[in-house]
Structures are given as structure tokens and as C-alpha cells.
Write a protein of this length. Structure first.
Length: 353
């Protein structure tokens, strides 16, 4: 195996936000000062640099251009890495917003894709909520009227949340993250966000942040919101306890628990994202082993074919396992092989059609 093929440990990018707090530094080990209002830690995205091995200092973009299919497998090495993962610390409400789909992004924004995303709740204070859609069917006309007269909040659907839940937000979904929530986000690699309402706040420059009311009107789903926590499926496959969280055609997200015994994960022709959660995790590919500290992320290139994982200390180490677009039959096949009933698998997969 080439010296260039090993687990790449990623340096995250922290961003400040008016709604951010100190949890990313104090609880999740990110660089910065607790006095900063850090809202997001971008864990895996195209401009992140890796910090280990012969390719240290290179960005993910440089890796895909340099290594081609050895890194990205059957993905297009000339296009931006297709997913972005984040940790978000919401000490106040994020803006109410919506994201466009791929077709609108290409036609109107001249960007390759829109944004579908998902959330896994790390922690939630008592009473924490999300906005997910409308309380009832509405229309563009009513939406525009309520934005103008300040009554949009009357038809925002609020959903209580708790730690351990997963939520799926296809493009077009009206949404906002409430205060007191820390979550793990996986999304299409896009910055297209149409802000509708910002709780009458002022930005860092003392002015209201820009809204995109008309573009949002073009892409909003005006049907009553029905989104709730995804019914997760726990199963065991090749020595690992796994929980299927999200199975969108753009990304698959699982929670896996490693033990002190090494177990294997296949790349299946795609680079895979592995992020340690609340315990250190050892990841080995080829001759190289790395230890991810709590909430540290690595990328395993497609050419590694597989990697082994094990808890680096203690008896167990939960981690996120994220794959870019892959054959959607792989996850159902794993669940079926582990004994999950076919009708339950089918119902789960339909949530993401």
C-alpha cells in the first residue's frame, strides 16, 4: 500500500456566531478561548487540512486532486468533497431558514448542489426545541404576508428534543436549532442558506443580518411539518454494534461502538469519515494506526479498502461512521444479514426516499 494511503487526521475549523457558546472548547476539545462565541466546528470539509503523516498540511481538496481515485474511489476527484460534517453549539436560537435542492442551486445559484442535512443530538437542555416545518399547510402568499407583518412565528412548528435523537432535513424543510442544543451535523457540501427570520437580532456589525425572503419562498415546502426523530435501527455486523441513523442517497450516517477488540470497516470504494465521540478511538489502515481523541475526525481513503477500529482506552468507544454517496443497498444488506426484519428495513429506507 502506498505511503499516501493511511487514516488522515483532520484539523477542524471553528467559526464564531452570535448564537454560539463555550461548549466546543470546554466539552469537545476544540481550539480557541471559552470567552469566544464559537458556534460551529467544521470537522470534515474540502478546505480542512490534515495534520499527520507524509501528507500533513495538505487540504482535502489537494488530496483528491493529487491522489484521484485512490482517495475518492468512484467519486469525481475534480468536484468538491461532497459532504461536510460539523459540531454545532447553539446557546441561542439559530435563524429560521431553508436550503434549496440541487436543481434550484444549479439553475439560480450556479452551484453544483443544494443542501440536504441531518442532525444527531449530542446534548439538549430541558425544554430544548427545534423548529421543523409548519404547524399546518400554508402557502407562499401566507408566508410572504406573515413575514411582512411579523406573525411568521405563529405557524412555526416546534419539536422538543433530547440527547441521542436523529433528525433528517431534506432540502425545502423550514428549520431552526433551538438554544441549549449541541449536535452533530452531516450535510451536502454547500453554503446555500436562505435566512427567513433572525429573532430581531443584530449581527456583529450592529445591523440586522441579511434575509433571503424571496428565494426562500421559491424553495420552501409549504405542507404541514411531520418531521420527528428518526426511528433508529440497532444491529450487529462483523463484530461491531451499529445503529443506523440516516440513509439518504447523498450520505449514510451510523453510530458504531468499538470495543477493545479490533474490528474491521470496509470502505466499499468510498472514502469514509470516522469521528470519535466521547472516548478515544484507534483507527488503523495499512501499516498506520492513529488515535483519535474525543471528537476528533479522520478520513480513510477508498484505496485502503478497509480499516480496523478499537477503543483506545476503556471498554468501549462510540463513533460516527459517515459515508459519501454509496450504493444504498449496502446498508440494508448489512441489516438484513444481522437479522433485522425486511419490513422494518424497508420502512426505515422509505424515510429517505
Amino acid at each position: 500500500m502506498s505511503d499516501d494511503i493511511y487514516p488522515y487526521v483532520i484539523e477542524p475549523k471553528e467559526t464564531e456566531a452570535i448564537w454560539g457558546g463555550d461548549a466546543l472548547v470546554l466539552d469537545y476539545g476544540k481550539a480557541g478561548s471559552p470567552s469566544q462565541k464559537l458556534g460551529e466546528s467544521w470537522e470534515c470539509w474540502d478546505a480542512n487540512r490534515i495534520v499527520n503523516g507524509p501528507l500533513a498540511g495538505k487540504t482535502i481538496a489537494e488530496l483528491r486532486q493529487r491522489l484521484g481515485s485512490a482517495f475518492v474511489g468512484t467519486l469525481d476527484a475534480m468536484h468538491v468533497f461532497p459532504i461536510l460534517t460539523k459540531i454545532i453549539d447553539a446557546r441561542d436560537w439559530l435563524s429560521v431558514q431553508v436550503h434549496p435542492d440541487d436543481a434550484y442551486a444549479r439553475r439560480v445559484e450556479h452551484q453544483p448542489n443544494g443542501k440536504t442535512e441531518c442532525w444527531y443530538i449530542f446534548s439538549a437542555q430541558p425544554g430544548a426545541e427545534l423548529v421543523l416545518g409548519w404547524t399546518r399547510d400554508t402557502s407562499r402568499e401566507e408566508y410572504e404576508r406573515r413575514v411582512a407583518d411579523g406573525t411568521l412565528g405563529d405557524i412555526l412548528r416546534r419539536v422538543p428534543v433530547k440527547a441521542g435523537e436523529a433528525y433528517y432535513l431534506p432540502s425545502g424543510t423550514l428549520h431552526a436549532i433551538g438554544h441549549g442544543i449541541v449536535l452533530f451535523e452531516t450535510q451536502q457540501a454547500s453554503d446555500l442558506t436562505y435566512r427567513i427570520f433572525d429573532w430581531n437580532r443584530l449581527g456583529a456589525d450592529g445591523k440586522p443580518r441579511e434575509l433571503a425572503v424571496e428565494k426562500a419562498a421559491d424553495v420552501l415546502d409549504y405542507r404541514a411539518g411531520t418531521g420527528t426523530a428518526i426511528p433508529q435501527i440497532e444491529y450487529r455486523f462483523e463484530g461491531l454494534s451499529r445503529t443506523a441513523l440516516i440513509a439518504d442517497k447523498r450520505f449514510v450516517v451510523e453510530r458504531i461502538v468499538a470495543t477493545s477488540e479490533p474490528a474491521s470497516l470496509a470502505t466499499n470504494g468510498r472514502p469514509i469519515v470516522v469521528m470519535a465521540w466521547d472516548a478515544p478511538l484507534e483507527v488503523c489502515a495499512g501499516e498506520t494506526a492513529v488515535t483519535l481523541e474525543r471528537y476528533q475526525t479522520s478520513l480513510v481513503p477508498a484505496a485502503a479498502k478497509h480499516c480496523t477500529v478499537r477503543a483506545a482506552s476503556g471498554a468501549r468507544a462510540p463513533f460516527a461512521f459517515v459515508t459519501p454517496p454509496e450504493d444504498r443497498a449496502l446498508l440494508p444488506a448489512r441489516m438484513l444479514a444481522s437479522g433485522v426484519a425486511q419490513d422494518r428495513i424497508d420502512a426505515f429506507m422509505r424515510l429517505f426516499d
